[in-house]
Design a binder for this molecule. Structure first.
Ligand SMILES: NC(=O)c1ccc[n+]([C@@H]2O[C@H](COP(=O)([O-])OP(=O)(O)OC[C@H]3O[C@@H](n4cnc5c(N)ncnc54)[C@H](O)[C@@H]3O)[C@@H](O)[C@H]2O)c1
Ligand SMILES: [Zn+2]
Length: 345
């Protein structure tokens, strides 16, 4: 089992790769621990953690709210949780974000850990310390930055995910390759079949390399003052597309990455053949590269996005495959390019 460490203000956050959820009682005291999970994960894996006291929430982004947090605080009071209580979030990104927030705020902060159960949570959401909930329609508006004490990635849990859920994780792993790890990208290109069929060596490698990159960026810039922004590759436009086109996060990020790759070509940073190669990799994982909608609607959504700064957005541009930088781009400059990316224009 490989391990990655992330040093932070509070000490050390340890990431165990390839362990089993059944080893949890060796990592935390069963008597002192409260597990937070959702009904889907509980139905599938509850038996494996039946010794632990559990708080089971409703699944889905809609439940990533202060109401859910309030319900959890109440259950913790019923359990008479005190400063020695440990919280373990077992679930996808929604459960990890909520459990991290609850643990960071209850009694001003308890020990907490995650067992991420989706590929997206393993390659991304469970690591980096951002915990929070949505508020009044705004994503992650209320939250904390606080690293978990440990993260245990059990790859066997991924076998019950739908192809759509897996794609969300593949998109983020491709993102990590594109912005900072050319070898990861080529591995994903070459070993696609093994990765899609969840062969352990393939999944272990993409989770390991993704987290190695993410932790190195977070260690440099935990509070997103600068460098951490490159992790938003594909996301500025992706978020606008996710809302407008009602597509999944992975599909939206794929379109956002396809767009920023094209923008990097227009800027003269990368070649056409690089862009074609990126499109090929994304399509290989069943991810889209052309917008299935009207340019005007998409431009409108980008204009409304809260990340916009006046007439500018921050784009993440590629200088080669595996290297990216942040650049302020005028909205006018990208409007024409969005037309090029629309299938039905
Ligand atoms: N904190 C961060 O840095 C960060 C980074 C990326 C994303 N996120 C957040 O993560 C969330 C998305 O996470 P997600 O994609 O994991 O979604 P999710 O947590 O909603 O999980 C997706 C679905 O899969 C189910 N599920 C979970 N594990 C399963 C398993 N092993 N088998 C079968 N079904 C399973 C869940 O019940 C849910 O219905 C968003 O809220 C996003 O904001 C946070
Ligand atoms: Zn994302």
């Amino acid at each position: 089992m490989r391990e990655i460490e992330l040093k932070n203000d509070r000490g050390l956050s340890r990431i165990f790769l390839g362990g089993s959820i059944e080893e949890l009682p060796r990592l935390v005291d069963v008597e002192k621990t409260v597990v937070i999970t959702d009904t889907n994960v509980d139905r599938l894996y509850g038996e494996k953690i039946s010794d632990f006291r559990r708080i089971v929430i409703e699944p889905g982004e809609i439940n990533k709210s202060l109401d859910t947090v309030k319900g959890i605080y109440e259950e913790l009071m019923d359990f008479e949780a005190d400063r020695s209580t440990k919280i373990v979030g077992i679930g996808g990104g929604v459960v990890c974000d909520i459990a991290g927030f609850v643990a960071s705020t209850y009694l001003r902060g308890l020990f907490f850990a995650f067992v991420p159960t989706t590929l997206l949570a393993q390659v991304d959401a469970a690591v980096g310390g951002k915990n929070g909930v949505n508020f009044f329609g705004y994503k992650n508006l209320i939250g904390t930055i606080n690293q978990p004490d440990f993260v245990l990635c059990d790859f066997n849990l991924l076998k019950t995910l739908t192809p759509g859920e897996l794609k969300n994780g593949f998109a983020e792993a491709i993102k990590h390759g594109l912005i900072g790890d050319y070898d990861l990208l080529s591995f994903m290109e070459k070993e696609r079949t093994s990765i899609i069929s969840l062969k352990e060596y393939g999944i272990e490698r993409i989770v390991h390399d993704s987290l190695k990159l993410k932790t190195s960026i977070v260690a440099e810039d935990e509070r997103e003052g600068g460098k951490r922004r490159i992790l938003n590759f594909g996301h500025t436009i992706g978020h606008a597309l996710e809302k407008t086109l009602q597509i999944s996060h992975g599909e939206a990020v794929s379109l956002g990455m396809a767009f920023e790759a094209y923008l990097s070509e227009i800027k003269g940073y990368i070649e056409r053949e690089d862009v074609e190669r990126i499109y090929g990799i994304l399509k290989g994982y069943g991810l889209p590269v052309h917008f299935d909608g009207k340019a005007d609607t998409i431009i409108d959504a980008i204009r409304k996005d809260k990340k916009r700064e006046g007439d500018y957005i921050y784009a993440i541009l590629l200088h080669r495959l595996g290297e990216a930088s942040i650049e302020r781009i005028k909205l006018n400059e990208i409007e024409g390019l969005i037309n090029d990316m629309c299938k039905f224009e």
